[in-house]
Write a protein that binds this ligand. Sequence first.
Ligand code: CA
Ligand code: CA
Ligand code: CA
Length: 572
Amino acid sequence: MKKYYVKGFLFFVLVIALAGCNLFNSGTDNSKNMDDLVADPEFQFNTTRSVELNITSIDQYGFPMPYGHFEIWKDNPNDGGTLRVLSIRTDENATYNDVIVLPTYYQSIFLKSGGILQKLWLNTESETEASILDTFVCIPPVYEVKGETKCETLSDEGFTFGLYELEDNCNGTTTVKFKVWNNNNKELSHVAISLPAGVVPSQPTDGSTYKSGKYKYYVENPTNNPFYSIKHETVGKGPKNGKYSYFIYIIPTADAAAMTEITILAKAGQIIGQVTFDVDYTPTCNDSDGDGVTDDWDDYPYDPDRAFNQFTPAEGQYGTFMWEDLWPDRGDYDMNDLVMDYNVIEVTNAQHEIVDVINNFYLRASGAGYLNNGFAIQYPDYWEVDGTIVDELDRAYIDTDNRTVIFFENHRQVFGVSGEAVINTDPNPPYPYIPPVSWSVTIPMAETAKAKVFAPWDQAPFNPFLLQNGVRSHEIHLPDYPYTYEMNTALLNTGDDASNPALGIYFRTTNYLPWAILIAEGCVYAIEGKEISDAFNYFVEWAQSDGAQKQDWYLDLPGYQNEELIYHVPTK
Ligand SMILES: [Ca+2]
Ligand SMILES: [Ca+2]
Ligand SMILES: [Ca+2]
């Protein structure tokens, strides 16, 4: 129904444009007046896109590799990048599934794991959704054979066998690594390594092809021939005349710790060499808080309840909220009645469950029609606030739905000013510059249901809204975002609001224009009374193309901004 409606609507617009003989202006950015701008109802003025990550970690042999650590970056960390979004690991099934928020103009991001960096390309599904389905090769330090000094060697019948120190993977498994040199002039035909009774290595799996350098082996895991062991049968040519292969496998740490010896046998032609190593292994895992995440990868190494951070827009980076505050009446579209920057950190535990939502705010301006505007955020309905909010300004409190947090009821109190003047939107006297206010609010959060939700308001910074003049029931939301249970719904469809619940349209005018915009990155704003469409030269082109063109319209790029209409801090 909605698609059908949209087509009809576009046709209608075209007819109007032709009828008006305004051919030179149609489809270009010549129309700068907001009242002349008609948005598509499907276009929600999004500068962000929710991107579903489906990441699988594999080892160098192609096997799923559980608990593979990786980081997601918006820019290249090997080339001066600073914008880390995520440091995380895959689960016991070697997968990681989550949603991150990126600027709509992003086409790719970076994944870093150990020394490996790879570019991930977005599969764009719509203006608001994309996905990434990819794998990365996770070479944990345990698979890197570093130097040979820690390798104890024994020799028999022209074979040299090396056993490296066993390595605790800190996830209940231990890696055992052998190196076998064949000094005979016949090719190696197989290697068998004894296992404790009943123990089956988790990798490599039975029947798989194991590779070491250019050599390949068929894996029997386990076998009883010639003794209970994991056995590697050479496929094709095997090493001879001093050449070697590595044989690496993973067993439970408890079994490894109980071992007292390992026997290894190698065969080349009719020659058989066999030795037995004494083993005395004490697992040592560098996990100070015992939450199963090693210190190197634990964002909270001394806190067992916390392990990982997810940053929106990125670590140390802010995005910007902009509001008009007269809703349901049309404002002047300077979009500066409340200008505030956000940086959200979602803190999760080792099981990837939410623990805290840390909000870093930076209140910059208020060219408001009302003196006492408030600000709140509603969190997803599968979360609830779970404990005491820690607020540096001591103003935040939880609403009775247990998932809406009022951060302040009066922006002037946050700025520490009184009086009726606009704040930081008019650069001329007598308006003083009021220093912006930055503060942090940590909200303890608990998951009430497992959910995978793509709605923009279920992603950081979630569902922010302005409380007009501090009135709790007078909510002004981002376009099409849901209102809370406290909303005075009698305000819908009054004044210039043209909400249409049947089409999922809320907080938009008859031209489908919004009262608030969420900017994916930090951004400047218009001076008092100047329309956003005049201050930003490509705003109209962006909106008229339904967000297809100039998705980065808010950036400070050559020709993008009308400097005279952008607020700058007065020099004196
Ligand atoms: Ca830890
Ligand atoms: Ca921890
Ligand atoms: Ca204003």
